[in-house]
Design a binder for this molecule. Structure first.
Ligand SMILES: *Cc1c(COP(=O)(O)O)cnc(C)c1O
Length: 452
């Protein structure tokens, strides 16, 4: 690494507290200062390039330095950068809300700046709805085993990743948990749909007992991302929708990670033919350009807040709610989906990348290879406790940014991935796995903790 790069690294280490990181690890594992991005590529200060195979934490949909989004933001910048959204409105926020309504059937859009805030909003709205309807007892939330919904206190209370939540347990509301429909848990002879049907029975029993106390169940449709890309059959969602209707429990679909084409349809819920009561969106919404999140909900819920009484209104707010630049970026993202036939092109791309990765499925230590839309994942049967760090470092050396979760390797690439990138990722992965297989397991190494 050049001196120039070293300097940025050192300055960042001392002044920036990096997310999801034990900072001491960076004594051994260098932080990589990035100078610029273009398409799937990130480039460091020494001109070394890395394929961003995880879309920079799942946000960068159409690659870096995306011409259309960049120009849309520039135009908006010359018109209106931001205005308070209480008592005022503006063109991008209105147009975006209308577009999202047309795409989801949910006609009321509430905005924030990040995913965790969207989760908080959905939870609060659900509780407040029941309260406004004279059912204040409905104050508990149900989430799935291995769920992830963000890291603020409310969101963490419906997150089941002990590494993130256990420390803060005394601060968190006690909620209810049901089994994950994770298709890997199929018993001999069971299909993914069988697992879904078996686990939905858990929900039904819980609702039978506790529905009087339950405001909502929150789920990540089709793919539980942060726990390691656990995938499940859409029948789970179809049945869940029916149970929620039957027992009067809201269904909150957290599509923060899976929305915007990630699972093959614009929204994952479409594959189950369902409409949630609350839909949380963020991450890909601006193509990775600006922080924005949104909670969409129905007329029925909206109307329960519409009253002469101020206290029955939803008084939640964030300073940057409905930021004009972010909304303009999101509108351009939706326009790209339409104009450039992204979903159809992704179907074809996904087939090609799956083809490149097919050989991996034969590798002796690869388990549960899975794919849905533009997400690929597999588990590596390894005794190495430091697998994710070693794999990450070896892939970086080959110009690929990956971020295994424990011993699960996954790809969530920008939709601009081309043949040569697919080949580099597939070949590098195979080569790194082969290298690691050859090496003896280090003794007494650092115990690995899985970080998404
Ligand atoms: C990332 C994520 C969140 C949290 O979003 P942030 O913007 O990181 O707060 C919530 N839910 C899911 C499913 C996510 O993947």
């Amino acid at each position: 690494m050049s001196n120039h790069s070293q300097q940025w690294l050192q300055r960042s280490r001392s002044a920036v507290w990096h997310p999801c990181t034990q900072m001491k690890r960076h004594e051994r594992l260098p932080i990589i200062p990035i100078a610029r991005g273009d398409g799937v590529w990130l480039e460091d200060f020494d001109g070394k390039r890395y394929i961003d195979s995880i879309s920079s934490w799942w946000v960068n949909l159409f690659g870096h330095n995306q011409g259309r989004i960049k120009n849309a933001i520039k135009q908006q910048l010359d018109t209106l950068e931001h205005v308070i959204l209480a008592g005022f409105t503006h063109r991008p926020v209105v147009e975006l809300s209308e577009k999202l309504h047309a795409l989801t059937g949910l006609g009321h859009a509430f905005y924030a700046s990040d995913g965790a805030s969207a989760t908080e909003i959905a939870l609060k709205m659900s509780f407040h709805y029941w309260r406004n309807c004279g059912q204040a007892d409905k104050h508990r939330f149900v989430s799935l085993q291995h769920s992830y919904h963000g890291e603020t206190a409310g969101a963490l209370a419906v997150t089941d990743v002990p590494l993130f939540s256990a420390t803060y347990a005394p601060l968190l509301q006690s909620n209810l948990r049901v089994a994950s429909p994770d298709a890997r848990l199929a018993l001999p002879g069971e299909t993914a749909a069988d697992v879904a049907l078996r686990t939905i029975a858990d929900v039904e029993q819980l609702f039978q007992r506790e529905a009087g106390q339950i405001a909502a169940i929150i789920i990540e449709p089709l793919v539980q991302g942060a726990a390691g890309m656990l995938m499940y059959d859409p029948i789970y969602l179809t049945r869940l929708r029916a149970l929620c209707d039957q027992y009067q429990v809201h269904l909150i679909a957290d599509e923060i990670a899976v929305g915007f084409g990630r699972t093959g349809t614009l929204f994952a819920c479409e594959q189950a033919g369902i409409r949630p009561d609350f839909l949380c969106l963020s991450k890909g919404i601006t193509g990775g350009y600006l922080p924005l999140s949104c909670v969409l909900t129905s007329d029925d819920i909206y109307n329960a807040f519409y009253d002469d009484d101020v206290g029955r209104g939803f008084l939640h707010s964030h300073s940057y709610t409905g930021n004009a630049l972010a909304c303009r970026a999101a509108l351009e993202v939706l326009a790209i989906f339409e104009d450039e036939d992204i979903l159809a092109r992704n179907t074809e791309k996904a087939a090609r990348f799956s083809h490149h990765l097919a050989g991996l499925q034969q590798a002796p230590d690869v388990r549960h290879f899975r794919q849905r839309g533009m997400i690929w994942a597999f588990d590596v049967d390894t005794a190495r406790s430091d697998f994710s760090q070693v794999f990450y470092a070896a892939m970086l050396a080959r110009g690929c940014l990956t971020r295994p979760i424990g011993s699960t390797v996954y790809f969530m690439p920008p939709y601009v991935l081309e043949e040569s990138h697919m080949q580099q990722l597939a070949e590098s992965t195979a080569a790194v796995l082969a290298e690691l297989r050859q090496q003896a397991e280090p003794r007494g190494g650092n115990v690995e903790t899985p970080l998404p």
